[in-house]
Design a protein. Sequence first.
Length: 296
Amino acid sequence: MSTVSTVGTTSVPSGTQRPTAAPRRRGKRRLGSWLRGVTITVVCLIVAMPIIWMIAAAFKTNVQVTDPNVGLIFSPTLENFRSAFADGAILGSMLNSLIVGVLSTAISAVLAVPAAWAVGRFSMGRTGSLVLVARIVPAISLLVPWYYLFAQLGLVGSYTVLVLSHMFVAVPLILWIMIGFFEGLPIELEEAARTDGLSAFGSFLRIALPLAAPGTAAAAVLAFIGSWNNFMFALILADEDTMTMPVTLFNFISYASTDWGGLMAAATLMTVPVILAAVFGQRYLVAGLTAGATKG
């Protein structure tokens, strides 16, 4: 026999709920999901439209690029890519960007990761503040003294000067990311390793460094992308033999006219490695950049 509870003058069977609460919650969830979907769609369109326009313009003639009546439906041509590869400048500059990006990222990681571990583990807060200052200082303010110094050493136009200048950006970036990552790792594992006879640096190599692999990969991907896209340093410090991709793109713009089709084709070729690095390194980027906030 079911029991009946009396609320005022209305009898409601016990264990039942009023029928209006659940539909109201479902309606709020549907509205929230709809708003999130619309917001995500708008943001994705805002981000994707310049890339879509760039790729489409790479297959247009200069007349079609400058014609506002020509949208995404047109007769594509590969002439822009043929002309971009004709003189070999694109392939050479892509190789230069790859060499400078890989070397500057690798050397920066070797220097910055142990330094970040030391700052995070030994509470070297002032050093972390200095790193932040290095990130804030505008790099363009250092180009004149750099050029004078490297010119005196005979290094202007070499890979060495480009790698060193890109490291000025990459080292603070990797260091700043990895400080938070190491601070989020449990220190008890390293203490247990030192109890078993390892030195402090040995516990870093055998315990902390393997655990920090996702963060290191994330920082390395970001540093490489920053080096690949760097324009200012190569414009001043490189020569024709070491010119990188951003400077080569700049050469499509002249005083009299601009080769829009060739520029968009070269920009598309420059963007592909960055997109591939982001796609294949996505899980490392997500894991590395969020691990410091979720561990510890």
